[in-house]
Design a protein around this ligand. Structure first.
Ligand SMILES: Nc1ncnc2c1ncn2[C@@H]1O[C@H](COP(=O)(O)OP(=O)(O)O)[C@@H](O)[C@H]1O
Ligand SMILES: [Mg+2]
Length: 436
């Protein structure tokens, strides 16, 4: 029975129609796509031409250079990598979970100080790190230390300052991630059992530390005062090169502000400048110079400055150094400290520089760049005035202070002529040549 209804042939026609429709749509899209591509290329070429014209007019000496955009396209990956690396140079924020992994659950302690414990760790790329976990309590000291360290060392880059790679801060923990210093801190070598470092190297450590401090005081955009210079805060890398660490008490200050208004004592007894105790001078960056001088005495003596003699009397090396210097017997003292003949001259120089650094009046202390020059030699160090008058009775102290201050002003700070004579002193072999 024919109903006139033929589903098969009807379907065939429909399919053919649909196929034609799809084909047509495809062709139309392809044509539109091709036109768009041509148009986009034309627009791009137009932009490139315009860019070339702008670049050429902005940089006239490049007018005849090859296609700037081509160069840009070739250099782009390298430049992007460079820019990425530059961004990575800045300290990064890390999570407590990451630090937990990097330190293998804080399994290797490196040391501890007043503000926290330091643990060894490693980034996934193999770079070794030291993670300082800050002690948190109600007095907000950890927060202050966190801000002090990130705000100061996080902004600087110098071969003699420890690098801050990153930090972690959340409701549970505050931590700082530093480059790992293979040989720990200088105190270990000066006062510990392992004194396996020759004195010449210690002399280099002193110069490197002085350079780091000169950078903080004189070269940073904003002056940084460390306030806690001592052997425990001078770190040594695999080659025993020094880097100043522990910026927990450090402060940024404006160069034109001559002194800081501090509300309390800062530093470590034995290293901190007398102005902290006697309030007789303003607190300036020269308090770091004083502490550095104390470190120099400890390097000469290879022992802590303060001690007790066998008979129970107090024994303070800085005073012995002055007494011997005054009598012209510095060599006897350095010999007593076990410094060998070939380092005698360097040790004498170090004693004189130390005596300048610990002057009672901050103005009398040389700036750190001058300290570097004096330690390096090649200049004749002027005789330092008597230090430690603050330990004497107040009346006598005042009288002597007045006379000292008038003799030594800071007006010559730039030239350094207060502290040394610029005529280079002849070295030993030059004297031999001259006299032969
Ligand atoms: N980057 C480091 N690499 C190796 N050891 C370190 C590093 N930082 C600190 N230490 C060790 O931890 C000790 C305490 O660190 P420090 O930063 O001075 O902390 P605090 O603020 O508690 O005094 C140092 O004296 C040193 O022995
Ligand atoms: Mg410390």
């Amino acid at each position: 029975m024919s109903s006139g209804f033929s589903p098969t042939s009807d379907n065939g026609e429909n399919n053919a129609g649909a196929g034609l429709y799809i084909l047509l749509s495809f062709v139309i899209f392809a044509v539109i796509g091709a036109i768009s591509c041509c148009f986009a290329r034309k627009v791009r070429q137009g932009i490139v031409r315009e860019l070339q014209t702008v670049v050429a007019s902005a940089t006239p000496n490049l007018t005849h250079s090859p296609n700037v955009v081509q160069i840009w396209e070739i250099d782009q990956p390298t430049m992007e990598k460079f820019i990425r690396e530059m961004a990575e140079e800045r300290p990064v924020r890390l999570t407590p979970q990451q630090l937990y992994c990097f330190t293998s659950n804080y399994s290797t302690p490196l040391g501890s100080g007043g503000f926290g414990s330091v643990y060894k760790g490693q980034f996934p790329n193999g770079v070794k790190i030291a993670v300082k976990v800050l002690k948190r309590n109600a007095d907000r000291q950890a927060e202050e230390q966190f801000m002090a360290e990130v705000g100061t060392i996080g902004r600087t880059y110098h071969i003699n300052l420890v690098r801050l790679y990153g930090f972690c801060y959340d409701q549970y923990m505050g931590a700082l991630v530093f480059e790992y210093m293979e040989n720990g801190s200088l105190d270990k070598y000066l006062f510990g059992k392992n004194q396996d470092i020759d004195w010449r190297k210690l002399h280099d450590v002193a110069i490197g530390t002085a350079k780091g401090l000169a950078y903080l005081h004189e070269e940073c955009q904003q002056r940084i005062i460390h306030y806690d210079i001592k052997p425990a805060n001078i770190l040594l890398d695999a080659n025993l090169s020094p880097k100043v660490g522990d910026f927990g008490l450090a402060k940024l200050c404006n160069r034109d502000i001559t002194h800081m208004s501090l509300t309390g004592y800062r530093g470590t007894p034995g290293y901190s400048a007398p102005e902290f105790l006697f309030f007789n001078y303003p607190i300036t960056h020269k308090c770091d110079v004083y502490s550095f001088g104390m470190v120099l005495f400890e390097i000469v003596g290879r022992k802590r400055n303060a001690g007790v003699t066998d008979s129970g009397n107090p024994d303070w090396l800085p005073q012995h150094v002055w007494d011997n210097y005054e009598k012209g017997k510095l060599e006897e003292l350095t010999l007593m400290c076990g410094i060998e003949e070939d380092n005698k001259e360097r040790a004498n120089r170090m004693c004189e520089v130390a005596l300048w650094c610990v002057q009672d009046s901050p103005d009398n202390r040389p700036p750190m760049s001058t300290v570097v020059r004096m330690l390096e030699g090649g200049v004749e160090i002027m005789p330092p005035p008597k230090p430690f008058l603050y330990l004497q009775s107040t009346a006598k102290r005042n009288a002597q202070q007045t006379s000292n201050s008038s003799d030594y002003s800071t007006s010559n700070e730039e030239s350094g002529s207060v502290w040394y004579k610029d005529t280079p002193i002849m070295k030993k072999y030059e004297i031999q040549i001259a006299s032969s």
